[in-house]
Design a protein around this ligand. Structure first.
Ligand code: CP3
Length: 331
């Protein structure tokens, strides 16, 4: 079908002459219009949970750069908020979670954001919904905040497996409802961020990343047909088993995945990635060379161009414009 968004064609396994492009964290502080909106919203949580404002944040990078996909503006700790944790954002630190009462209106607000964005997007631009994958969300819940190694969360996983599993079961149940609501509201694809997959040893990775993702994906697939992109950041050699056994439809690759391995993974599933976000900060010929290296190696199979992790706040917006022009062949 000619008018099917390029992103969905690539995720369905088609090799595109020009790869579709979007960037993780394409909305955010590197954009002056985001900083103004954030100011207006007051708090970050208000921004995420007010559909009018969250839709505006989602659309800002689409208006400026014309990406092939928008990603819902929300945040990973909204899932614990739905599962009975309280959430606040500490200045300069990021999300802080504590056991509490949570909020029951999260899904309603987020679904309203999805509907608004969907109505405003050009037909060729896909809308991606998302949540955190079970391990990464459980890690934030148990640790209470970000961490370099999530040692507290891992200790619970090792020492109190029943408590760990009960939390994951609850989060999985909530995540299925949350993702299905996003799909029903108009999300064309869903992404699972397992940002801390890389801190687990093999056995834990197999059980708590691959198997936990498989259960979540199975629950979602029983109720909706939208494709699921999995991002087991830092999985290293285990990317191969994740590709075969997690049930996801496409793989997001972090910047450390060698392109020769990426090409092997692409024989199993469509891949997305994996420019280093700092190459985007640097710009110029270094960025251009990385882009052509990635494209030369992955452009001959089903491929979505992206960063290997999120845009960082010091990224010059002009470099993003140059990147998009390079990929479209206008630069
Ligand atoms: O443009 C987009 O990608 C959509 C929105 C989005 C945000 N967070 C907005 C955000 C998405 C998809 C996320 C996912 C997310 N959030 C992840 C997984 C992806 C990854 O980066 O690995 C994680 C681990 C989080 C948790 C989180 N949220 C942290 C650690 C922080 C603090 C660090 C930081 O960048 O400030 C946040 C806050 C956050 N989420 C911001 C944005 C735009 C910045 C908040 C602000 O405006 O001050």
């Amino acid at each position: 079908m000619e008018d099917k968004p390029a992103l969905l064609r690539a995720l369905a396994g088609e090799t595109m002459a020009r790869p579709p492009v979007w960037l993780m964290r394409q909305a955010g502080r590197y954009l002056p219009e985001y900083r103004a909106l954030r100011e207006k919203a007051g708090g970050f949580l208000e921004l995420c949970l007010t559909p009018e404002l969250a839709a505006e944040a989602t659309l800002q990078p689409i208006r400026r750069f014309g990406f092939d996909a928008a990603i819902l503006f929300a945040d990973l700790p909204l899932l614990p908020l739905l599962a009975g944790f309280d959430l606040r954002y500490a200045e300069g630190e990021g999300p802080v979670l504590t056991p509490g009462k949570g909020r029951s209106d999260v899904t309603v607000q987020v679904a309203a954001t999805v509907q608004r964005v969907k109505a405003a997007l050009p037909p060729g631009t896909a809308l991606i919904g998302f949540t955190g994958a079970p391990w990464t969300v459980a890690a934030y819940c148990l640790e209470g905040r970000g961490s370099r190694d999530f040692a507290t969360a891992k200790t619970v996983m090792f020492r109190e497996p029943a408590r760990y599993q009960a939390l994951v079961d609850r989060l999985t149940e909530v995540a299925i409802e949350y993702l299905v609501a996003q799909a029903e509201a108009g999300a064309d694809a869903l992404k699972l961020f397992d940002s801390w997959a890389g801190v687990l040893p093999e056995t834990s990775f197999r059980q708590h990343v691959i198997e936990a993702t498989r259960r979540l994906v199975e629950g979602v697939k029983a109720r909706t047909k939208v494709p699921v992109i999995g991002f087991p950041r830092g999985a290293g050699f285990l990317y191969h088993d994740y590709a075969r056994h997690s049930g996801v439809d496409a793989l997001a690759l972090d910047p450390a995945v060698p392109l020769a391995e990426a090409a092997k993974l692409q024989a199993v599933l469509p891949v997305q990635g994996n420019l280093d976000p700092i190459a985007l900060v640097a710009g110029g010929s270094a960025m251009a060379q990385e882009v052509s290296r990635i494209r030369a190696k992955l452009g001959r199979g089903p491929f979505v161009f992206n960063l290997g992790h999120g845009i960082v706040p010091q990224t010059p917006p002009e470099h993003v414009a140059t990147l998009v022009a390079l990929l479209r062949g206008d630069a």
